[in-house]
Design a protein around this ligand. Sequence first.
Ligand SMILES: [Zn+2]
Length: 413
Amino acid sequence: MRKIDIGKLAPANHRVLRDMNEIMVLNVIRERQPISRIEIAELTGLEGSTVSKIVARLVLDNLILEEGVGEASPKGGRKKRFLHINPRKACAIGVDLRPSGYAVALSDFTGKILHATELESRSDPQDAMAEIALSIRELHRAYCSETIEGIGVSLVGLVDPKEGRVLAGEGLGWGEDVPVGSMLRAALGMDLPVYYENGAWLGALAEIWFGKHKRPPSNLVFLDVEEGIGAGIVIQGQLYHGSCHGAGEFGHISLNPEGPLCSCGARGCLEAYAADPATVRFYEDRRRSKQDPGEPGASATIVDVVARALEHEPEAVDAVQNTAAFLGRGLVPVIYSVNPELIVLGGPVTRAWDLIYPVMMHELSLRASRFYLDHLSLTRTTLEARPSLVGAIALVLARSFAVPTAIWTDEFA
Ligand SMILES: [Zn+2]
């Protein structure tokens, strides 16, 4: 049960109750579209007349459309009319900032990405924001004749979601305490709401809103394996923030106190063994040991290593499976502390899923209780675009659906 904060009480007036039913219907339409009024009434338990009134209001607000005529009943009853979310109600912008590069995408109101642009990373945050602002303006001009609902920004490291400051972490190469939010707003010169969050958390949000799962997961960990390793934790349908907005840094679970140095300054963290740079380093060491010492070795990227693993190059297979073994070990404390029903992995290495999944499961089976594993699914992301980019869009659009329990915190309430 969620404890009520009596410092923030407000009576549930008629308007609130009306809104709650409206929100419920809107979300049923979003998840089950196309859907008829009768089906909505059956699913929500609301009276048919109440559903009709709510639907009329939602159509008037342009949030939903009524289209497509279903089969008439054999007894000659009225034909069914189907409801769905109006994709042209508004657009949303997602911005994904990573050390390796940036992505800017424009979606319709259902979250479908209409166009995305990739940008190279910049050493100066002001230059980066100027270029991103230019991309946003171009996308808006070319692909969206509606209003922009807002901009969601995915960042690396500890993020202050109100100001868009990157508080700690050298992830983007811009130093500490960088006011990314105010820089972007100044460069944009448009009066739009801008929201910020850590990329791994946005991956979790994206899986909840847009993931293709058999049923919506309520306890989920999204583990993002990229230049670093971070996680978004969803508990009982809500994204868990922690006391200073720092939850989910599983990349710094120590696997070996004598191990390699990690970016955090400690030794033997999961990240130092299993993030992309470690996978590439392992691969290059293997290659070097087989090469002529005089032969120059071309440096590989994580994308190369994964592609070569999929082509069965032995050193590349070893590299991704070595990473998988450490990921399996690193997931043990995650499973015991969070007890999720679903762990979703994102990042380039997950493209070699058939090579890494059995290794992770083997490591887990050696270390975690059968009982926990029987209640757990481990999958790769079900999203087609980068989860953090999709999550940045979800961060904007979720507000229109107003019961985003995954991000229901006081700052959004
Ligand atoms: Zn560390």
